[in-house]
Design a binder for this molecule. Sequence first.
Ligand code: ATR
Length: 282
Amino acid sequence: MMIRGTTRVFGIFGHPVDHSLSPLMHNAAFRALGMDAVYVPFAVAPVRLGEAVAALRALRIAGVNVTIPHKETVLAYLDEVDAAARLIGAVNTVHNRDGYLVGYNTDGTGLIRSLAADLAFDPAGKRVLLLGAGGASRAALVALAETGAAWIGVANRTRPKAENLVAEFRDHFPGTDFAVLDLAASALAAVCPSVNLLLNGTSIGLKGEVFDALPWQQLNRAAVVCDIVYRSPDTPLVMTARSRGHRATGGLGMLIAQGEAAFRIWTGQEPPAGVMRQALAR
Ligand code: ATR
């Protein structure tokens, strides 16, 4: 595709950003639709984030994704932050509407879409065991509670972080019961028989690490397993789950779904089906 005077520019702010798969996904979608648009990675140092956001207006960049380490700090520089993103406290998508910058979070909606598309799972009325209490888990907890999960148990290595996370959202979601659990086999064994979804929001598995605190024998045989971690080939968690007969998916579906949601926000168009996934498969 030719870049010319009319080409609309999109991109991603991260630090580092060189391993991001988002340029592949979005440029493939633009190409498939014949759009006069391009998606560029921008390595933005933390101290430069304010200037980089101001540059969106100055350069009329149409939209950016925001990734580590800027997802939380970027909120302060935006003109408006969508309700879900405000609740999560993190923005991964910025839309430039004629110089008025609006922030969204498509990680949570991406997770819910991936659960539906990849696992045929709807969290409404279901019991979820959430491993981890960092940023990824936070977005997951909000999305699951908003979708009507009946119970969310949060287990984290550093227990006070799980307690703080639950304390923050308990009153906001009266329709969901919350529990804080130790990230230990003995504590998880008690809840595993009634769990419908096991969700990993920790970074365990990114480098092939194995979860040793999981009492697989106790896990409800019909439970589905989702690992927010994306790894190729699959994480040990996903491989073990499948070998034990559970439906399981890694973070690829969520990565694609958050990208597709950002594409809809920026362009008002439906991303071409399967194109982002095919771009990553190559
Ligand atoms: P992210 O924004 O990707 O969620 P994060 O906020 O740093 O990243 O959170 C990482 C999560 O993975 C945390 O829940 C962390 O547990 P702690 O709060 O105890 O640090 C969890 N985590 C990372 N490495 C871990 C390990 N080796 N064992 C258990 N939990 C781990």
